[in-house]
Design a protein around this ligand. Structure first.
Ligand SMILES: [Zn+2]
Length: 194
C-alpha cells in the first residue's frame, strides 16, 4: 500500500466484519423483519463488506508534490464529487468540492485533489469537518498557508428524515490570503464557478 499521510491512519484496517453482520441481523429483527427470508439472508454480509470497503478506501499515493516553477499562482480544482457518511445519522451525503491554494514551492498533481477529498470523505464525517481536514491535507502537502476549500452538500438525513426536503448545505474554510484578502477570496470563488 502507498505511503499514507498521518491523518489517515486513525481508522484504517479496523473493521470487525463479523460484529457488523451481527449488528445488522439485530437491526433487521428490531424492525420486525425475518432475517432468514430470501432477500435478506445475505444482507448482513453485504453491509459488512460495504463498511470494510468504505473505511479501508485506499487513495493511492497522495504524498507526492512537485517543485513549483512559478510562485504565487492560484490553483483551483473544482467539481470534485465525493460521498461520505454523516456521523450523526449514519446516512450518506454527497458533496461537490472546490479546492484552491496559492502555489509556493510545491505543486500537487491534479488527481491528488480528488484523492485527498475521497480519502477524507471515506469515514464518518460532518461536512464542517470535511472541508477542514481536506484543507489540512492540502496545506501539509503543498506547504502553502493559503488554502481554500468550499463544499456544497446534499444530505440524505435531511431528505429522508426530519424536514424531508432536499437542500444544499455549503461549508467553507478560507486560510491565509483567502481569509485576509477579499479579492483573492472572490477570485477563488469565481474560478470555482460559484
Ligand atoms: Zn445527518
Amino acid at each position: 500500500m502507498a505511503t499514507q499521510p498521518s491523518v489517515t491512519q486513525d481508522n484504517q484496517g479496523q473493521v470487525d466484519t463479523p460484529a457488523i453482520e451481527q449488528a445488522i441481523r439485530q437491526i433487521l429483527r428490531a424492525i420486525g423483519e425475518d432475517e432468514q427470508r430470501e432477500g435478506l439472508k445475505d444482507t448482513p454480509g453485504r453491509v459488512a463488506r460495504f463498511w470494510q470497503e468504505f473505511i479501508n478506501y485506499d487513495p493511492g499515493n497522495v504524498d507526492v508534490a512537485f517543485e513549483s516553477v512559478t510562485t504565487d499562482q492560484m490553483v483551483v480544482v473544482s467539481g470534485v464529487k465525493v460521498w461520505s457518511i454523516c456521523e450523526h445519522h449514519l446516512l450518506p451525503f454527497q458533496c461537490a468540492i472546490a479546492i484552491g491554494y496559492i502555489a509556493r514551492d510545491k505543486v500537487l498533481g491534479l488527481s491528488k485533489f480528488a484523492r485527498i477529498a475521497h480519502q477524507m470523505a471515506h469515514r464518518l464525517q460532518i461536512q464542517e469537518r470535511l472541508v477542514h481536514v481536506i484543507a489540512d491535507e492540502v496545506e501539509r502537502l503543498t506547504e502553502s498557508p493559503d488554502v481554500a476549500v468550499v463544499a456544497d452538500g446534499e444530505h440524505l438525513c435531511m431528505s429522508i428524515r426530519g424536514i424531508r426536503t432536499p437542500a444544499t448545505m455549503t461549508t467553507s474554510v478560507m486560510r491565509g490570503v483567502f481569509f485576509s484578502n477579499p479579492e483573492a477570496r472572490a477570485e477563488f470563488l469565481r474560478l470555482a464557478k460559484r
